[in-house]
Design a protein around this ligand. Structure first.
Ligand code: KIV
Length: 257
């Protein structure tokens, strides 16, 4: 039997140079399956808004929806460390950030994640001071996709590169146990990973982060209407579902005698 993964286990993986595999899970069966695969870090990401709830982006996801899906995933009682995203506008003030982080913990999250750097540092410090493990998220911030006008790569310009590095240092120093780097140029992601103590978990940020996270639907081809360019699905679940349904339908048309 595998043992329970903690924040310290995730930090120890960076210290040992062991890559950290992380995936999203939004419900009981997926959390249980991924846990049985030995994935140490599971996230009920607000990407659930797009790949499960049918919203155009993550800005529509509510606290109630996050709590509902965290509860479902937590019922799998995974050995993996299970976290939940603080949704858009749920951490604008320090008191909202702490109150909503506590709600996700009450639903079963063992850590919370929020998007942003030094601009949310007071919220991060308050969450950590409340004893709630915190994971940062820098680079392309999906909750800001509307104002940024798309999913754009970060770190190409010197100023952006320096800002990412300073934000990552600030989050790590504030006690973030890990930091997601989304769509950060690979050399900048590598530099950040080398310069901060918190493990970096990359998504579309090259191979040199301390770990990698993917939206599970992208990895298994279960959301065929959009696949990010940096993901190569390992299986075509959507195709398998269509074939299974077609086979079942035709068995109805001409039942075996
Ligand atoms: O919402 C999400 O699923 C995420 C990960 C992909 C990092 O933020």
């Amino acid at each position: 039997m595998n043992s329970k993964i903690t924040v310290d286990s995730i930090r120890a993986m960076k210290a040992r140079g062991e890559k950290i595999a992380a995936l999203t899970a939004y419900d009981y069966p997926m959390a249980k399956l991924l846990d049985e695969c030995g994935v140490p870090l599971l996230l009920v990401g607000d990407s659930l808004g797009m790949v499960v709830l049918g919203y155009p982006d993550t800005t529509h996801v509510t606290m109630a929806e996050m709590e509902h899906h965290v509860r479902a995933a937590a019922r799998a009682k995974p050995n993996a460390l299970l976290g939940g995203d603080l949704p858009f506008k749920s951490y604008e003030t320090i008191s909202d950030a702490v109150a909503n982080a506590k709600k996700l913990v009450a639903a079963g999250a063992e850590f919370v994640k929020a998007e942003g750097g030094r601009e949310i540092l007071p919220q991060v410090q308050a969450i950590v001071a409340a004893g709630i493990p915190f994971c940062g998220h820098l680079g392309m911030l999906p909750q800001h996709v509307v104002e940024e006008g798309g999913y754009k790569i970060k770190g190409k310009q010197d100023a952006e590169h320096q800002k990412l590095l300073n934000d990552a240092k600030a989050l790590s120093d504030a006690g973030a146990f890990a930091i997601v780097l989304e769509l950060v140029t690979p050399p900048v992601a590598k530099e950040i990973s080398e310069k901060i103590s918190a493990p970096t978990i990359g998504i579309g940020s090259g191979p040199d982060c301390d770990g990698q996270i993917l939206v599970t639907q992208d990895l298994i081809g279960a959301f065929p209407w959009f696949t990010p360019r940096f993901v190569k699905p390992k299986v075509n679940c959507a195709g398998e579902i269509k074939s299974a349904v077609a086979a079942w339908k035709s068995s109805l048309a001409s039942p075996a005698k």
